[in-house]
Design a binder for this molecule. Structure first.
Ligand code: DP6
Length: 323
């Protein structure tokens, strides 16, 4: 019997961001978050357990990975071994269909696919909630790439249970994410390290305190397909997270000068009546969210901007799945 499975998962873009950890041991985020899975982009991962191996191996986009990249995967595989009670090590082979180092976070789709393939290869058919809960130990945002469409990651304050679930399927709302690539450079401080210094910002407490209100606004905007309401809360949440980053100690400036230029351009387009908004993760690339009806126009306009490297497009996508 071969203990082998392959899974595919999509990255996600958060409208309400996760930035800060409340409980490191149980990987509990400082605030709830809400995102949309991004189709067209995906990670495909095969896990094959092998009783001849004495440690896990990782091949990413055709290259053998050692060092911290491998250790992060090994720590996650240790969790699967603990959870399932089987001791075998595995060959992990993972491929992204988006360019490496394009500044698009791949840890969400990577750990979502690994959670699914790593457990399925052992014959476990975990419920979505357990899989999501497991994936967050690889990377917090990975738990939101397990369910499909529009997804909320919540922590129950009573039980400390923390997992993501879908609030609407991908076809609920015809949104698009036009990802403007401004830099392919590897960021100097990754989100894992960056968010561990969030509490050093005097603004983080206020950001967290108000997060429940923003979650409510964002959820209703999505459920009611209210673009203007979504735009308002999405921009506020992105700006708040970047304000925390910039006021952390040491300060973190993820924006490129053109990131700000594009944000201002988006405001001009909004004033013309175009349903478009922006959000940025821990990097300079701008996620331009718009209605699919105006996606052609938005892509055309974005591609005219001097200094951009590329624009990728993603539509709302389904859950992580076995293939
Ligand atoms: C800015 O999920 O990459 O993209 O849990 O340390 O792996 P770790 O962090 P990660 O952080 C995501 C941060 C963000 C906001 C978001 O996606 O919610």
């Amino acid at each position: 019997m071969t203990l082998k499975a392959t899974a595919l998962a999509h990255p996600n873009i958060a409208f309400i961001k996760y930035w800060g950890i409340k409980d490191e041991t149980h990987r509990i985020p400082a605030n709830d978050s809400l995102s949309m899975n991004i189709g067209c982009l995906s990670t495909r991962t095969t896990v094959e357990y092998d009783n001849l191996l004495s440690s896990d191996r990782l091949i990413l986009n055709g290259q053998t990975v050692n060092g911290e990249g491998l250790h992060r995967v090994q720590r996650f595989m240790d969790r699967i071994r603990l959870m399932t009670g089987q001791p075998l090590f595995a060959h992990v082979t993972s491929e992204n269909n988006f360019p490496v180092g394009a500044g698009i976070a791949s840890s969400a789709s990577a750990f979502a696919a690994l959670a699914l393939a790593g457990t399925a290869a052992l014959g476990f058919d975990l419920p979505e909630r357990e899989l999501s809960s497991l994936a967050r130990f690889g990377s917090g945002s990975a738990c939101r790439s397990i369910p499909g469409g529009f997804v909320e990651w919540r922590t129950d304050p009573e039980s400390s249970e923390s997992y993501a679930f879908s609030i609407a399927p991908p076809d609920h709302w015809n949104l698009a994410d036009c990802i403007v690539i401004l830099s392919k450079a590897h960021k100097s401080v990754g989100s894992e390290a960056g968010m561990r210094q969030a509490d050093s910002s005097p603004l983080q407490e206020a950001r967290i305190k108000d997060s429940g209100r923003r979650m409510d606004l964002c959820r209703s905007a999505i459920l009611n397909r209210d673009f203007n309401a979504l735009a308002e809360v999405t921009e506020l949440d992105s700006n708040l997270m970047h304000a925390v980053m910039m006021t952390s100690n040491p300060p973190l400036f993820y924006w490129h000068p053109l990131s700000l230029g594009i944000m201002k351009t988006i405001k001009d387009w909004q004033n013309e009546g175009l349903p478009v908004t922006y959000t940025l993760d821990a990097g300079p690339n701008v996620h331009v969210i718009c209605s699919q009806e105006v996606m052609g126009e938005v892509l055309h306009r974005l591609r005219q901007i001097t200094g951009i490297i590329d624009v990728l497009k993603g539509l709302p996508a389904g859950p992580a799945r076995l293939i």
